[in-house]
Design a binder for this molecule. Structure first.
Ligand code: ADP
Ligand code: GLC
Length: 481
C-alpha cells in the first residue's frame, strides 16, 4: 500500500473543464479500491465551495510571498470515500468564472500566482508540515498547474517521490521573467535545467525537469512528445529524461459512462439490447430540433472547440457532407469563431445541423447515446475520452491516427471486419479530404446494417476500465526513490 497525494486543478464532479477532471475524479477511487491510501488536493474554487455544505478547516498555512493564511478544508469526493483537501485562498480562488479563464474568456491575469500558491500548499501537505500527521510516499501531479510541485520538492532535503502526468503539452503555463521575480521562488529554479525556458517561466517544465516519473496518458503520445511537432520546444527535456517517461492509457469510469445505467440518458441499452439506442436517437433529434428520421445517419461531436480537436477540419467538410442525407449534432464551447460557425450552419441548415454552444453534461451524454457516428479528427490527442465513451455507446468513432486515438480505435477494412476487431474509422492526414474519405467509409458501412451492427458491438464490448491502468501507476509508484 502506498500513500498518495494526488494534486490536480480539476476533478469531476466537483469542477470540470475537460478530460483532466474525468481522470482526477475516477483514478483516485480506483487506486483506493486497489489498496492505496489516496488523498486528492484541489484549489477551493468558488463554484466548488458553493456546491458543498460549510466544510471543516483542518489546517492553516502561512506561505511565502502572501500575507493572508491559506486554509485547508476537508471533504470527500462525492459518491466515493476519497478524502479531498481544498486549498482555500480566497484572493486566488474565490471568484466567478472558470478555473483558468475569467468571464471575458481570457486567462486570469494572476494565474501564475494562483497556481504557485496551490503548489506551495501541496508541498506543505506533502512534507507533513500542515499538522495533519500524514506523510505521502508519492505526490502525483497533473499538468502545468502543478508543475512547480516537483520543482519545489526537489529543493527539500527529505521528500516523497514525485510523479508528473502530462495531459496536454500545448498548455505549459508560460509567463515573463518579471512574474518569476514576483513569486518569491528559489532563485536556483531560474535555470535552463529548471523552469527557465527561453527567458520565460515555464511551469510545465518544472514538472518535466524534476519529477521522478513523467507519465502521459497514452503510449503513442509518449512517443509523439519526443518530437518538436508535439512538444513545442520541450522535446529536448523529454528526450533527456526518456528513461523516466512512460505512457499509460486513461481508463474510463463506467459507473458514469455506460448506456446500460447512465442516469443522464432517457433509454438504457447495451451491446445485446440495442433497441434503446434508436429511442435515444429520436430523443436527440427532438432536443436539437432535427426531423426525427431513424434511418438518416446522425453524426455527432462533443468537445472543446479549439484547434487541437480539428474543429476546422469538420467545418471544412460540412458544406460538402451536408449535400448528402445526413444530420449533424454538436455540443461544445471554445473559440468564438468556431462557435459562431456552428451557429451559422445550424441557422442555414435547420433540418440538418443542430448545435448546442455551451457546456452541458446532460447533452454530452445524450449525444453519445443518440448519434450513430462520432467525429474526433484531432490534430493531436494525448488520450481522448470521448472516443472511448463513443465506443461504449455504440457510436462509431471517426478519428485521426494520433495519440490515444491511434491506441484505442481499430480501423474498419476487409481484414478487421473479417476478424471482428474493427471498431471505427481512422485516417492519417490532418486535412479535410482525408477526413471526408473516412466519413464516407463510415457512411458506406452504415448502409450495410449487419456489418454496422458488428462494428458497433465490437466497440461496445471493448474494456477500457481503469483497473489495468491503475495497476500500471501502482507499479511505477513502487519504483520511486
Ligand atoms: P479534453 O480533455 O482534451 O477536453 P477528452 O476527450 O479527454 O478531451 O475529455 C473531454 C471531456 O469533457 C469529456 O468528458 C466530454 O464529455 C467533456 N466535454 C467537453 N466539452 C463539453 C461540453 N461542451 N459539454 C459537456 N461536456 C463536455
Ligand atoms: C487532456 C487531453 C485529452 C486527455 C485528457 C485526460 O485534456 O487533451 O486527450 O484525454 O487530458 O487525460
Amino acid at each position: 500500500m502506498a500513500r498518495i497525494l494526488f494534486a490536480s486543478s480539476e476533478a469531476h464532479p466537483l469542477i470540470k473543464t475537460g478530460g483532466l477532471a474525468d481522470v482526477s475524479g475516477s483514478l483516485p477511487p480506483v487506486l483506493q479500491a486497489l489498496g492505496d491510501d489516496v488523498r486528492l488536493v484541489l484549489p477551493a474554487y468558488r463554484t466548488v465551495l458553493q456546491r458543498l455544505p460549510v466544510l471543516p478547516i483542518i489546517a492553516e498555512l502561512m506561505l511565502p510571498g502572501i500575507t493572508a493564511p491559506v486554509r485547508i478544508l476537508e471533504t470527500m469526493l462525492p459518491q466515493t470515500r476519497v478524502p479531498v483537501w481544498l486549498v482555500d485562498s480566497p484572493a486566488h480562488f474565490d471568484r466567478d468564472g472558470n478555473p483558468y479563464l475569467g468571464p471575458d474568456g481570457h486567462d486570469w491575469p494572476d494565474n501564475a500566482a494562483r497556481f504557485t500558491v496551490f503548489a506551495r500548499a501541496v508541498v506543505e501537505l506533502a512534507q507533513n508540515r500542515a499538522g495533519l500527521d500524514w506523510r505521502p510516499d508519492v505526490v502525483h501531479c497533473n499538468d502545468w498547474q502543478t508543475g512547480l510541485v516537483p520543482a519545489l520538492l526537489a529543493q527539500e532535503k527529505k521528500r516523497p517521490g514525485t510523479m508528473f502526468t502530462i495531459h496536454n503539452m500545448a498548455y505549459q503555463g508560460l509567463f515573463p521573467r518579471q512574474t518569476f521575480d514576483s513569486l518569491n521562488l528559489p532563485e536556483a529554479l531560474w535555470h535552463w535545467q529548471a523552469v527557465e525556458f527561453h527567458s520565460q517561466l515555464n511551469f510545465l517544465k518544472g514538472g518535466l525537469a524534476f519529477a521522478d516519473w513523467i507519465t502521459t496518458v497514452s503510449p503513442t503520445y509518449a512517443q509523439e512528445i519526443r518530437s518538436a511537432d508535439f512538444a513545442y520546444g520541450l522535446e529536448g527535456v523529454l528526450n533527456h529524461r526518456v528513461e523516466r517517461l512512460r505512457g499509460i492509457l486513461n481508463g474510463i469510469d463506467y459507473s458514469a459512462w455506460d448506456p446500460a445505467h447512465d442516469p443522464l440518458i432517457p433509454h438504457h441499452y447495451s451491446a445485446t439490447k440495442l433497441e434503446g439506442k434508436k429511442k435515444n436517437k429520436a430523443a436527440l433529434q427532438g432536443q436539437f430540433a432535427l426531423p426525427v428520421k431513424p434511418d438518416t445517419p446522425l453524426l455527432g461531436l462533443v468537445g472543446r472547440m479549439v484547434e487541437q480537436k480539428g474543429i476546422d477540419l469538420v467545418l471544412a467538410v460540412l458544406p460538402e457532407l451536408l449535400q448528402q442525407p445526413v444530420q449533424v449534432a454538436v455540443v461544445g464551447t471554445g473559440a468564438a469563431r468556431f462557435e459562431q460557425a456552428f451557429r451559422d450552419l445550424a441557422n442555414r441548415y435547420p433540418d440538418k445541423v443542430g448545435a448546442f454552444i455551451g457546456y452541458d453534461e446532460g447533452y454530452a451524454h445524450l449525444l453519445e447515446a443518440g448519434a450513430d457516428i462520432f467525429l474526433m479528427p484531432s490534430r493531436f490527442e494525448p488520450c481522448g475520452l470521448n472516443q472511448l465513451y463513443s465506443l461504449r455507446y455504440g457510436t462509431v468513432p471517426v478519428v485521426r491516427r494520433t495519440g490515444g486515438l491511434a491506441d484505442t480505435v481499430i480501423h474498419t477494412d476487409a481484414a478487421t471486419l473479417a476478424d471482428g476487431s474493427a471498431t471505427g474509422f481512422v485516417f492519417d492526414a490532418a486535412n479535410p479530404s482525408a477526413l471526408l474519405v473516412a466519413i464516407d467509409q463510415a457512411l458506406a458501412l452504415y448502409r450495410r446494417p449487419e456489418a454496422w451492427r458488428q462494428v458497433m458491438q465490437a466497440g461496445m464490448r471493448r474494456d477500457f476500465s481503469w483497473e489495468q491502468s491503475a495497476r500500471q501507476y501502482q507499479e511505477l509508484y513502487r519504483q520511486l526513490p
